[in-house]
Every structure is written in structure tokens, then in C-alpha cells.
Design a protein around this ligand. Structure first.
Ligand SMILES: Nc1ncnc2c1ncn2[C@@H]1O[C@H](COP(=O)(O)OP(=O)(O)OP(=O)(O)O)[C@@H](O)[C@H]1O
Ligand SMILES: CCCC(=O)O
Length: 355
């Protein structure tokens, strides 16, 4: 039996899972309040704080890093790469510690896993990081040669949900055309064409539907005017796109449940903004049918907001004509991390190398 520790750092929490082979033994969401995180100027600066929380958690279970056969973190902003399990190496850690490809809470996954694995003397991995890139060449081109589209999305959950669904209907993932909409703090909509995500919005960088925390696609000229007229620095622009965009910007909350509560109380502004978000998700789903010429087997709705009957009901009205909709709410990321490591530990798959 392999005991595996999984670590998924998010913007406001660190989710931890303990697995025996691929069976969950314990999962815990360690929350970090805005006040606690406020004292750290950058995400990388949160390392010691989050490591301390993980060590406290392990100590409370009478466990130490040495009790694990592998430690797996959620992979962050790195060079574009194909889907799979990667051994964490120095090149990867160097890129993450210097935020060479951008700052994101998931960058801490590999750094934390590597530190704990060093103490344990076991391997450390990441699985399906947010930079999994399987875009078709035609999907990369924009109207400006200087700007190429990038694939940054909820790859870990999208892949896990798509594979789990394929298994549930006894079909190989590699034979299906699926549209997967991850509806969380960020929203990404991917077209999975026979096992490859050939089209997806860059959920972090101003593409696709707006979401609880992300601004999504905006008119480029008007956004440029805003940046210039306000003299905004790059960090401010990044915050407007991811963190302080979407529902946060319009309604001051990233909590879709709170927005639905306001709608139920008759708040017209909340309804207009929330309905606009749903409308944008529906348009993104319809657009994701293009790479497979409309031959979509199923549309999968996942992530926290997929729990909402209000949202899934409206989506059904908009895009039910494309393909059957399957609602698989929540996320499966800790499980997907454990499964990725397990495939490597058992020799079913070879760990890939990051260069
Ligand atoms: N029952 C529910 N009805 C409506 N919305 C819900 C429900 N449960 C959770 N949510 C919403 O889901 C969102 C969070 O989703 P999720 O936990 O998937 O995101 P995250 O992990 O924080 O971010 P990301 O998915 O971008 O990594 C929040 O806006 C939350 O209010
Ligand atoms: C998963 C990367 C995109 C996001 O955080 O919204």
C-alpha cells in the first residue's frame, strides 16, 4: 500500500488529502483568512506560513512526512506542457520561486511538496498543472502577431471529471468529444476532443466568461483606455483581471451563494450581473462546440457553482440544444492528484520530466 499526501493551495485555503493508494483516508480544508494572508507581499512569501499549517495538520494526525511514499502538489504557472504527472525538479522549482510565468496560489503546490518530500526522502510530483497545453495551432492565433493565446485553465479538475465521466458510461475518454465547464472562483470552458483539450479560455488572463473573481473577456480598446487613463501598473491590471474582477467587482463578493440570496430578496442589480455571467458561460459553451463541428457527446458542468440549480437550469435553457448536460458539481482535485501519483508509483505511467 502506498500512502500519498496531496496538497492543493488555493487563493484562500490549502486543501490537504491523505490517501492509501487511491482511497481517501482524510481530507481537510485549511482556511487562511484575508487578514492572515495580508501580511505576505507575494504568494511565494506565504510558503513558511502554509508549510507550518500543513505540519500542524500532520502532527495532529500523528503523522510526519516520512510516513508517505509520495507527496503531490497542484502544479502552477510553468512552461506550457502536455497533460500528465511530472517529477518535481530544480528547474521547475526555480521557475516557480521566481514566478517566471506569473504568480498563482497553485505555484506553492510544487514548492511545498518538494520541501516535505525532501524531509521524507520520497518523490514529489505535480499532476496536470494549470498550464497543460493541448491547443490546436489554429486556436493560438490572435489578430496581432505579437500576441499568441495561452492555455491556462483548471486542467486538473477538467481532466479528472472528464475521465471519471467517460468511465461511468464505459467509454474511453480518448473516443469522446466533451465540453467541460469548470465553474468556480475562476471559470474555464474546454473542448475535449478525443482526449485533448484543443480549445479553452485562458481563465487567468482576461479570456472567456467573467466569473466570481475573474474579469473575463472585455473590449480591448476600452480596457486599454482605462489602464492608460488611470496609469495602472501591471500588478494592478493583473488584480483587475483575476482576484478583483467579475462578481467581486460588480457586487463586492466572490460567493455565488450570497449573490443568489440577494436575488431571492429582490436585488435587481445582483440578478442582472449573475444572469450576465450565466449568459457568458452559455456563449462560451456554444463556442466550444466549434472545434468538433458541433459533434459534442456531452456537456459536463463542474466546480462549486455547478451546485446551483438556478445556474444549471438557465444553462440548460441556453445550450440544451447542443448535447446532453451532465452536472458533476464540486471538484475532484485532491483525488486526481493522488491518482496521478499512484499511476507512477505502480509503474502504470512514467513520470514526465520538466525542462
Ligand atoms: N450550493 C452552491 N450554490 C451556488 N454556488 C455555490 C454553491 N456552493 C459553492 N458555490 C460557489 O462556488 C464558488 C467556489 O467554487 P470552487 O470551490 O470550485 O472554487 P475555488 O476552488 O475557490 O476556485 P477555482 O475553482 O477557480 O480554483 C463560490 O463562488 C461559491 O459561492
Ligand atoms: C486555474 C487557472 C485559472 C484560474 O485560477 O482561474
Amino acid at each position: 500500500m502506498f500512502r500519498i499526501l496531496t496538497i492543493n493551495p488555493g487563493s484562500t485555503s490549502t486543501k490537504i488529502g491523505i490517501y492509501e493508494d487511491t482511497r481517501e483516508v482524510l481530507a481537510q480544508n485549511l482556511s487562511h483568512s484575508a487578514d492572515e494572508l495580508a501580511e505576505f507581499p507575494t504568494i511565494t512569501d506565504q510558503f513558511d506560513y502554509r508549510l507550518g499549517k500543513i505540519m500542524d495538520f500532520l502532527a495532529a494526525q500523528n503523522l510526519s512526512p516520512r510516513d508517505f511514499a509520495a507527496i503531490v502538489g497542484r502544479g502552477g504557472l510553468l512552461k506550457p506542457m502536455v497533460s500528465g504527472t511530472y517529477l518535481i525538479n530544480e528547474a521547475m522549482l526555480d521557475d516557480l520561486k521566481h514566478s517566471r510565468y506569473g504568480a498563482h496560489a497553485s505555484n506553492l503546490g510544487a514548492i511545498l511538496a518538494a520541501m516535505l518530500a525532501k524531509e521524507a526522502g520520497c518523490p514529489a510530483y505535480i499532476v496536470d498543472p494549470v498550464v497543460v497545453d493541448e491547443l490546436e495551432p489554429v486556436a493560438r492565433i490572435t489578430g496581432r502577431p505579437e500576441i499568441e493565446r495561452r492555455s491556462i485553465f483548471h486542467a486538473l479538475n477538467q481532466k479528472a471529471v472528464a475521465k471519471r465521466f467517460a468511465k461511468s458510461i464505459n467509454r474511453p475518454y480518448e473516443e469522446l468529444n466533451l465540453i467541460v465547464a469548470h465553474l468556480g472562483g475562476g471559470i474555464s470552458v474546454g473542448c475535449h476532443k478525443q482526449g485533448r483539450v484543443v480549445e479553452v479560455n485562458n481563465a487567468l488572463d482576461g479570456e472567456g466568461p467573467f466569473s466570481p473573481e475573474r474579469a473575463g473577456t472585455m473590449p480591448a480598446g476600452q480596457f486599454a483606455d482605462l489602464i492608460l487613463s488611470e496609469g495602472l501598473r501591471r500588478e494592478m491590471v493583473a488584480k483587475m483581471l483575476a482576484g478583483k474582477g467579475g462578481l467581486v467587482a460588480h457586487l463586492g463578493t466572490n460567493d455565488a451563494r450570497e449573490v443568489e440570496k440577494r436575488i431571492a430578496q429582490g436585488d435587481k442589480e445582483a440578478k442582472l450581473v449573475y444572469d450576465a455571467m450565466i449568459y457568458q458561460v452559455a456563449r462560451a459553451i456554444a463556442a466550444a462546440a466549434v472545434p468538433v463541428c458541433g459533434k459534442v457527446d456531452h456537456i459536463l458542468l463542474t466546480g462549486g457553482i455547478a451546485y446551483s440549480k438556478y445556474l444549471t437550469g438557465k444553462l440548460e435553457e441556453y445550450i440544451g440544444f447542443i448535447a446532453p448536460i451532465v452536472v458533476l458539481p464540486g471538484e475532484n482535485e485532491l483525488q486526481a492528484l493522488a491518482e496521478g501519483a499512484y499511476r507512477v508509483l505502480t509503474g502504470e505511467e512514467q513520470a514526465k520530466e520538466y525542462r
